[in-house]
Design a protein around this ligand. Structure first.
Ligand code: ADP
Length: 613
């Protein structure tokens, strides 16, 4: 189990404990509260019942003492054998009894025998019966009010007996007894809910609202009590059964007991047991207060409290979950942010590395370009030297021919001078001078051609370039018997470098001369074709043209179809790069009528300036 799971379990247990605890507390609290309420009400009710009982007994208590002072009664006890008196007293007792509402009223002589009775006329009359065993008789005979609760030996009915001594000449002659029936009072003790009952000092229920509780005992009788009850014949011992009330205490009363006071009820219920003493009778009045609603209402309170706690717990859970989700979201966001930062850092590092690599590459490329340019310019030089080499025969002819002419003219001049023909000599010298001029011009062209190219791009007059080129190639052209058809306009200025452009056209025209070597009449056409800011200088020949497989490689370095020693295969490759350096391009195609066409596209100087502006 992980720590998190353990936490969830603990929280769950805590919540359960809280729920159960609250329910129990609410139940107990409500129950106590309601019980206290019932107790207060019950105690008031109990006091009322006490008063009722006291009033009931009080109503009869004084009667025997009043009757005992009646002269007839005293006279009867003085002469108990006088039957007339007996009859008269019987009649009076009957009347008194009916008036007072007592059960029976009778007179006992000093031996405890009934000598007159209100029920003289009934079959179950007390007359002649001895009640000497009754405590009330003994008490009366001792000169005080006798009082006893007992089951009538003749009637079998419960009753409360008051007895009072009848005195004459300072002696106690007998007693007047009033027996009070319990039917009426017990009727008053009947309750719809709960129960009222009265126990005597031995714990015998002498009066009870519920009929089946009468003459039951709160606890088993002690041996003494048992003997006394038997002796005084208060009740037959065998009728005394335990009171069917669970958990009842005899003397105190503040407990919850379970009983079934109303037999029509299906089962026992819980009652609050309250009791209060009735001192004069040595009795105790008991009240069972009904508690049915208590359990129900306590349960409701417990439920309500549980519901509140459950709601709070659920609310708490909800808040907790929401908080957890929020924390989760924040954590995820934080993680995303960190991941993003990490990625950014990583990408930045990668980019930096890539950048460094690029810079390195740029540096390397720049270096390579520098190297290339150097190599290229070296190659141009080499190419030029190669061209010069190729031209050497023609050049030597170019120089030899004027030299031979100079020699002839100088010889002629010498001869003319010898002969004194100054004018002819001067004419020859002038020719020599023109020839040296021509040689000087050729030499100048050669020098400029041999010069190392610059690397700037500037406006260059195209006709100057072409003129220079043709001058250098003149010997070869003438040697080949080729016809140069120069249709180029004279006022074109292009962007480039004089020497490098010259080199391009040297190559193109030189190649054309090579290609047309076999032709009967080699023709090389130079023309221009302008297209907006660009100008194409076209060099065409009437040679065999360029086969497709050659076209594919024609601008590659060291590609040559010429026999070894004749071609290096660098001319077009270098020319291609030179033209590209001028932001132009070099293309090849075949003419429809046969022969090759090389197109050098350059930028017009005006356009270049305009674009620059
Ligand atoms: P090289 O002239 O030293 O061979 P180039 O680069 O100048 O080197 O030319 C490469 C090849 O292109 C030549 O060998 C030739 O085969 C071909 N070529 C060049 N110009 C022409 C042309 N005008 N007509 C036919 N073929 C040509």
């Amino acid at each position: 189990m992980t720590g998190k799971q353990r936490n969830i379990w603990s929280a769950g247990l805590l919540a359960c404990a809280l729920l159960i605890g609250t329910a129990l507390w609410a139940y107990d609290y409500t129950r106590r509260d309601l019980m206290a309420e019932r107790r207060v009400a019950g105690q008031a009710q109990l006091a009322l019942y006490g008063e009722l009982l006291r009033g009931w007994l009080g109503k009869y208590r004084a009667l025997p003492s009043i009757y005992a002072h009646e002269p007839d009664v005293v006279a009867l006890l003085d002469a108990p054998e006088d039957s007339r008196r007996v009859e008269a007293v019987n009649a009076r007792l009957e009347r008194w009894n009916a008036t007072s509402g007592a059960s029976d009223t009778y007179i006992l002589d000093a031996q405890g025998k009934a000598i007159a009775a209100s029920n003289w006329n009934s079959g179950a009359s007390f007359l002649g019966k001895s009640y000497a065993f009754r405590p009330y008789f003994r008490q009366a005979m001792q000169g005080r009010l006798g009082r006893t609760f007992a089951l009538g030996t003749v009637s079998g009915l419960r009753g409360y007996y008051f007895a009072y001594p009848v005195q004459s000449d300072g002696r106690i002659r007998g007693a007047v007894v009033v027996k009070v029936g319990v039917g009426e009072i017990e009727q008053e003790l009947r309750l719809d809910m709960g129960a009222v009952f009265v126990s005597d000092r031995d714990g015998v229920v002498v009066l009870a609202g519920p009929p089946h509780w009468r003459m039951k005992t709160l606890q088993p009788l002690s041996e003494d009590a048992r003997r006394r009850v038997e002796r005084e014949r208060l009740f037959p011992i065998e009728v005394l059964r335990p009171l069917p009330v669970q958990g009842i205490e005899r003397d105190s009363g503040n407990s919850v007991v379970s009983a079934q006071p109303d037999r029509s009820e299906q089962r026992e219920a819980d009652f609050l047991h309250l009791s209060a003493p009735m001192k004069t009778e040595d009795w105790r009045v008991h009240l069972l207060v009904e508690t049915r609603g208590v359990a129900k209402r306590s349960l409701m309170a417990a439920l309500l409290a549980s519901l509140v706690i459950l709601t709070l717990l659920l609310l708490g859970l909800l808040l907790w979950q929401r908080r957890r989700r929020m924390i989760g979201r924040l954590t995820a966001q934080e993680e995303n942010r960190r991941e993003l930062e990490r990625l950014v850092t990583e990408r930045t590092a990668n980019l930096r590395e890539a950048n460094e690599n690029l810079e390195q590459e740029v540096r390397e490329r720049s270096q390579a370009e520098v190297d290339l340019r150097r190599t290229q310019s070296e190659l141009i030089q080499a190419g030029k030297l190669a061209a010069l080499g190729q031209m050497s025969a023609a050049l030597s002819h170019e120089f030899n021919q004027p030299l031979a002419a100079i020699r002839t003219y100088s010889d002629n001049a010498t001869a003319f001078l010898d002969r004194g023909r100054g004018a002819e000599a001067t004419e020859n010298l002038a020719r020599i001078s023109r020839l040296t001029e021509r040689m000087a011009r050729l030499s100048k062209h050669l020098t400029s051609f041999a010069r190392k190219p610059g690397d700037t791009v500037e406006p260059v007059p195209l006709d100057a370039v072409i003129a220079e080129t043709l001058a250098l190639l003149n010997a070869r052209i003438e040697g080949a018997g080729a016809y140069i058809d120069n249709r180029l306009p004279s006022d074109i200025i292009v962007m480039g470098g004089q020497t490098r452009l010259q080199h391009v056209f040297m190559n193109l025209i030189g190649n054309a001369l090579d290609a047309t070597a076999q032709e009967a009449q080699p023709v090389i056409i130079l023309r221009a074709d302008s297209d907006g800011p660009a100008l194409s200088v076209i060099v065409e020949d009437n040679g065999p043209g360029v086969p497709p497989e050659v076209q594919a490689n024609i601008f590659d370095p060291f590609f040559s179809t010429k026999e070894p020693g004749k071609g290096l295969g660098l001319g077009l490759s270098i020319s291609f790069n030179i033209v590209r350096d001028f932001d132009g391009h070099l293309q090849v195609e075949n003419r429809q009528e046969g022969g090759a066409r090389f197109i050098v596209t350059l930028i017009l100087a005006d356009a270049g300036r305009e674009a620059a502006e």
